[in-house]
Design a protein around this ligand. Structure first.
Ligand SMILES: [Zn+2]
Ligand SMILES: [Zn+2]
Length: 397
């Protein structure tokens, strides 16, 4: 689909009713009710477009299928700052009993991306209304963050053209509402995935000497993997290799000819991007040779490590300090081996991704992200808008 420019004249779609011009909680709750999976965010995109149109904000729709880019010019010349919000939901059945729960079975906004869209809409509303800033702000509504390559698709569609810096945030239930996690350098891990098939030779469970037991080969490989992080990587560099899935065998007295080991790899140090896939294959190859088995390996990079630029991090940190009462949490307190495809934008332009505390244990709003009972303290929405507006104000000085 070709991107389409929507001005307030061209969009004749029905405008959703709203009691006020801008109600962040209402926006978030309405988005929460229409969760859609990656690259299928058609209703979400339409909803966002309708509000932008209602507020007279020109925007482009249909970028990388369902993405939207809003460009707002300030009242004087200056640089261009991009702000990114992700739009997709997850294949999870919501268990919350709230009035605004998902209206689609098996799909849920369990990561808070509904909140990110509401915050970005709030920022667009304020910037377009007052235009009291220098330069240009580009707001990127990105599809498919949850492992489907939305950031890459948006970059390929050219959304970073003429962008000088980029900022993104994630509502974060690992932090209490009222706090902000800001960190220069590595904030989130690179994420890689692999599927390895061990090809042995099956046979009778009582006659193992006639076989190449794929289960035994697989078990040795899993053991050997444990030495990669503990013995090949600098202990000061965090890394994880997890085999989350081991599939082998059909019956207890039949030796398996095939074993499937599926895993995930996480690390912060970008220098490990080359080393880890090589070492993993070396271990698989070596063990297979030892036992006379063969293998097939499919290794994929999902996201690189997310590295925040010092200058833009400082911009976010000072904006956060001026907005929240609690001093923002710093450094290692907010690092995580979860991953984010925002990392792809940071490979192209300087920027900062930060965590907006959203947990409230007293209200049971502290379930982890991707949990069927995930929900967050909606007072974080306003904080998010205020921090981003402050960033725009200070960036363009
Ligand atoms: Zn997520
Ligand atoms: Zn997320």
């Amino acid at each position: 689909m070709q991107p389409v420019i929507i001005s307030s004249r061209t969009n004749r779609q029905k405008i959703p009713k709203s009691s006020k011009d801008l109600d962040l909680v209402e926006l978030r709750r309405r988005l929460h009710q229409i969760p859609e999976l990656g690259f299928e965010e058609y209703k979400t995109s339409q909803f966002i477009s309708q509000f932008l149109t209602k507020w007279g904000i020109e925007h482009q729709i249909g970028i990388a299928k369902t993405g939207i880019v809003v460009t707002i010019k300030g009242n004087r010349a200056g640089r261009t700052l991009a702000i990114r919000a992700d739009m997709d939901a997850l294949p999870i059945q919501e268990e919350n009993k709230v009035s605004y729960r998902s209206s689609y079975p098996g799909v849920m906004h369990a990561c808070g991306h509904d909140g990110h869209c509401a915050i970005a809409l709030g920022v667009a509303y304020h910037l377009a209304k007052h235009r009291n800033f220098a330069g240009t702000v580009k707001i990127i509504f990105q599809p498919a963050e949850e492992g489907l390559g939305g950031a890459k698709a948006m970059i390929e569609a050219g959304v970073l053209e003429a962008v000088d810096a980029i900022i993104g945030l994630h509502l974060w239930n690992n932090l209490s509402v009222g706090t902000v996690g800001v960190r220069e350098g590595a904030l989130m891990a690179a994420s890689e995935a692999f599927n390895c098939t061990i090809l042995g030779k099956g046979g009778h469970g009582g006659m193992p000497h006639q076989t190449v037991d794929a289960v035994v080969v697989g078990a040795f490989i899993i053991q050997a993997f444990q030495t990669i992080v503990s013995r090949n990587i600098d202990p000061l560099d965090a890394a994880v290799i997890t085999i989350g899935q081991l599939l082998a065998g059909k019956k207890r007295n039949v030796i398996a000819d095939i074993a499937q080991l599926n895993g995930t790899v996480r690390y912060f140090n970008p220098a490990l991007a080359q080393f880890l896939p090589q070492r993993i294959e070396q271990v698989i190859k070596g063990v297979c040779e030892l036992f006379g088995a063969n293998y097939e390996l499919d290794y994929q990079q999902i996201s690189p490590s997310l590295i925040n630029h010092p200058k833009i991090t400082e911009l976010v940190r000072s904006a956060a300090l001026s907005v929240v009462e609690t001093p923002p949490l710093l450094v290692s307190q907010c690092q995580t081996l979860a991953s984010e495809d925002f990392a792809y934008y940071l490979e192209k332009v300087p920027g900062c991704f930060f965590f907006l505390g959203s947990a409230n244990a007293a209200k049971s709003l502290n379930y982890p992200h991707h949990h069927p009972l995930f929900d967050f303290d909606e007072s974080a929405l306003k904080t998010g808008v205020e921090i981003l507006l402050k960033c725009v104000e200070n960036f363009c000085i």
